[in-house]
Design a protein around this ligand. Sequence first.
Ligand SMILES: Nc1ncnc2c1ncn2[C@@H]1O[C@H](COP(=O)(O)OP(=O)(O)OP(=O)(O)O)[C@@H](O)[C@H]1O
Ligand SMILES: [Mg+2]
Length: 594
Amino acid sequence: MAATAGLAGREQECAVLDQMLADARAGTSSVLVVQGPPGVGKSALLEYAADHADPLRVLRATGIEAESGLPFAGLHQLLRPALGLLDRLPAGQAAALRGALGLAGPAGDRFLIGVGLLSLLGEAAEPEGLLGLIDDAQWLDAESADALLFATRRLQSEGIVLLLAARDAGTRTLAAPGLPHLSLPGLPAAAAAALLADVGPRLAPAAADALIALTGGNPLALLELPRALTERQRAGRDPLPDPLPVSDRVQDAFLGDVSRLPDGAQMILLVAAAEPTADLSLVLLAAEGLGAAATLLDDAERAGLVQVAGPAIQFRHPLIRSAVYRSATYSRRRAAHLALADAVGADQPDRRAWHRAAITDGPDPELAADLEHSAGRAAQRGGHAAAAAALHRAADLTPDPAARARRLTAAADQAWQAGRFGQARAITDQAEALGPTPDTAAEITYLRGCVELHTGHAATAAAQMRAAVSAAAEHAPSRALHMLPGAMHAIGAAGDFGQMADLLAVAERLPGPGPGPDVLDMVRGLTLLHRGDLDAGYTRLKSFLVRTEQSDDPEQLASAAGAALYLGDEATAGTSGLGPRPGPGRPVPWEYCR
Ligand SMILES: Nc1ncnc2c1ncn2[C@@H]1O[C@H](COP(=O)(O)OP(=O)(O)OP(=O)(O)O)[C@@H](O)[C@H]1O
Ligand SMILES: [Mg+2]
């Protein structure tokens, strides 16, 4: 990194360090403890200070986990380049420090060591000032940490900056009460997006947004995790898995001390990681079913890995959850999901089906049907992305290729309604490759038209949707009726009203739609307009609008809004669009209403 460059997204933090360095050049000392989760950029910030320290002298030490039991190992690292200055210290302080650092004699009195350290740092700060960087301070040996904290509390006008960086989760933390702290959060969204764009494999915008949200903007994870995703996930064609997959480095960093916890506490953590809702009583019930007593949760809490607040159990960082889940063996993950499936009970069939699905590999028609029902409920609530995921999983578990294609097509429909166009397109490709039945094939063509209309060319979309209506008219007439408004809209958007007459010809052959206002009337009206019969076209459209604008059927409302737009009545078009959202499996051209 160039010496003048700032750190992306860390402008405020860099300004704090710049000020501390400027103060040191003017003779004022200061100290700061930079805290944050693994990989958040603490070392990077210390490096920024080192790059900008000139003309201050720089001394460094890094806490090393394996040396955390060796008294004064950290201090030895820090002071090594300055040991030649020991002779300038009063004899008692120099002897105490020499003893502590194993240079001569026994370790001296703790007070004299602390004072000696303060004096030595003062000497090292002559004549230009001093920057002391202590990284990974959570692993400093206790004696070094005590001496350093003693000295930092007494800094005054030596021109010294001391920066300590420490992780804030895990059993080992740096207790530094009374010292100024800087808590480092994840990168702001714009800086995180820029980092993703600058390095590593390309990510589709939706995948990048999801990754930033799921990692809390953690730079280490942003740098490493795109490679842990599949190509389809990176392209936004599949949603990101939850919990996220993690690289070895991210896993090691966030797992921290988990492996040192009692087995039962590890099991509680795994159950919590496997359950997306943070429901504490559910997690404890499931863990108890696996023989892990609730009291063991205390160990996990004390280790700083989870927080319990009211009815919720939360991981201190979303990547701890990923690391816990991904580091567990398959059989333990399976046990956790099965225990959760038992614990949620029959009154929550959706969550139960999810946990069973998470550990089912082979075909399972019964579970696939449960997931399809679950998707229906999710879609009714407007949870189209969840419905798409449930249907996709249902398709995975469906043995018959034609039935799998049908469920995939329904998943694509939900993905489209959720605004996940790339994903919808990818799922239709999967469905088509399975050799779908003619009615499913018509549905696939229609969905492709819907996606094309939003992301590509209206003319292509119009041709696809008209073809879909023709195919559906033959194999699934009732579906053809539902496709009419979309096809009409695409033809209108393409400005190719000649196709409207063709659409009408197909639509006229469809069996009657039953009582009530008929969307066919709208096609008739538009065809009349196209033929130049303006009065008849206007009258037809107007009567369609009057009959449908009060409807509570979302499809008819959308068509009413479209008719109002063709009539130049934008106010009515707007109010018609305020109706309910489309139901499941009913892509409707809502852009009429916008
Ligand atoms: N603001 C940033 N812009 C771009 N990259 C960054 C930024 N901050 C950190 N990084 C990069 O992210 C990675 C992790 O950062 P860093 O090593 O500083 O984290 P850390 O907080 O020290 O983690 P640990 O607790 O594991 O020591 C490094 O590769 C670093 O270069
Ligand atoms: Mg670090």
